[in-house]
Ligand binder design. Structure first.
Ligand SMILES: [Zn+2]
Length: 153
């Protein structure tokens, strides 16, 4: 199978390119073969990736991008390397999930208001998707804690 690894700054693995539309098992096979990080393997295991047809060059195939990272040709708010899935209501502190990450990655400009489902506070959608209230997803924090505790053995 033909594939390549897509890397971002600091050599971070952002995803892959495949000549065909891959299944999860293909991604896992690559992660194991190339001995990629635990974070990459977890993203694959938990289906935290998007499969995007390649339209940015004439190579064809598909981009597989981990954790809402942009595929080549997609755009992100300035200074961001991904669009975080969660945001925190600045009024009540509730953790809320963004529903339209794919659309945001396609470069859409959001208008209108996002309403906190817990306290009802309203914020501009554009601020939410620009990352003004971003937080790491809860899973990331758990993983970091686990890794940290390993040093106490
Ligand atoms: Zn709220």
């Amino acid at each position: 199978m033909a594939y390549s690894i897509v890397r971002g700054p600091n050599n971070t693995v952002w995803g892959f390119w495949f000549s065909f539309k891959p299944e999860q098992m293909h991604l896992l096979a690559v992660a194991v073969e190339k001995d990629l990080s635990a974070e990459v393997q977890r993203d694959i295991f938990s289906n935290n990736y998007r499969v995007v047809p390649n339209t940015s060059n004439n190579q064809g195939g598909f981009w597989v991008m981990l954790d809402s990272r942009p595929a080549p040709g997609e755009t992100l708010p300035k200074g961001k390397d991904r669009i975080y899935e969660y945001w925190k209501c600045p009024q009540c502190g509730s953790l809320l999930k963004k529903g339209r990450i794919d659309v945001a990655l396609a470069g859409a400009t959001f208008v209108g208001t996002a309403t906190c489902g817990v306290c009802g506070a309203k914020f501009p959608q554009s601020d939410v998707y620009a990352g003004k209230y971003d937080v790491e997803s809860p899973g990331k924090t758990d993983e970091t804690a686990k890794k940290w505790w390993q040093f106490w053995k």
